[in-house]
Design a binder for this molecule. Structure first.
Ligand code: ZN
Length: 269
């Protein structure tokens, strides 16, 4: 304990990433591997985006060694968080990053869909822009394919660019079996049991459009992923073995859903 100062310094800067991901409000982030952070190639272009770049990087990689006053220290700390976020967006679309985020998704670390018909399906973080300071992070539900605001204000203030616009789509491209069946259930407003006219007309229109979509998909030999689940089947988050082994769709439209292989839809061609 004779060299008290340097001892506390090194303690303070140890395991910055560990501290960061376990801090309150940072639950959406996974821990970036040291190997990834120390490979300069992965950080290309970030030196112009982050002030005090080198100090921030040193802090994130636990080699920070500067006798800075509190003001400067705070600036560097802020830069480090920004740098971590920007690298995070790149890291989570790598194989390792996807696997880490998948674990968090399975534990519903990002929350559950607030839509009643989604039966509490797990959400994924999504950005509406890939550039920082444009918009805050939103949550994507793969079941209803819509995005929602985070409940907690701590999460609602996180920059969306720290997750990016493509992460959730890439996750389901890499793990297609995890993409849930789309639900055709929807809420129908009623007045004393009678359907409200405008809403009923809209529902009929949506039904017609869906049937049209299904037949167009069938024409080009694409297996649609709608299921008839008017009864709650309580399978909000069971996509494990059954799916992976290619369980067939419940055949309700004979001739349409029956024969096509349960191949996931290819996006982008
Ligand atoms: Zn949903």
């Amino acid at each position: 304990m004779e060299d008290f100062n340097s001892e506390t310094d090194s303690d303070y800067t140890s395991y910055w990433r560990d501290w960061f991901v376990s801090s309150r409000g940072n639950e959406y982030f996974c821990e970036i591997d040291e190997d990834y952070l120390t490979d300069r190639f992965n950080l290309t272009g970030l030196n112009t985006e982050v002030s005090y770049y080198q100090y921030a990087l040193d802090l994130v990689t636990d080699v920070f060694d500067l006798d800075a006053d509190d003001d400067l220290r705070e600036q560097i700390e802020k830069s480090a968080r920004h740098l971590y976020g920007l690298v995070h967006a790149r890291y989570i679309v790598t194989t390792r990053g996807l696997a880490k985020m998948l674990e968090k998704y399975k534990k519903s670390d990002f929350g559950k869909c607030p839509r009643v018909m989604c039966d509490g399906h797990a959400l994924l973080p999504v950005g509406q822009a890939d550039l920082p300071n444009m918009s805050t992070v939103k949550l994507y539900c793969p079941k209803c394919e819509d995005i929602y605001n985070p409940k907690s204000s701590r999460h609602a203030s996180i920059d969306g660019a720290y997750f990016g616009t493509s992460f959730h789509s890439i996750l389901f491209q890499v793990y297609p079996a995890l993409n849930p069946e789309k639900s055709s259930r929807r809420y129908e407003p009623r007045i004393y049991g009678f359907k409200v006219h405008a809403a009923a007309a809209l529902a009929r229109y949506q039904d017609m459009e869906r049937e049209d979509l299904k037949s167009r998909l069938a024409e080009v030999d694409i297996q649609h992923r709608f299921i008839e689940d008017s009864e709650s089947d309580g399978d909000a988050f069971e996509y494990d073995e059954d799916y992976a082994e290619g369980r067939t769709e419940p055949a309700k439209n004979q001739g349409q859903a029956g024969d096509a292989a349960s191949a996931p839809m290819e996006i982008g061609n």
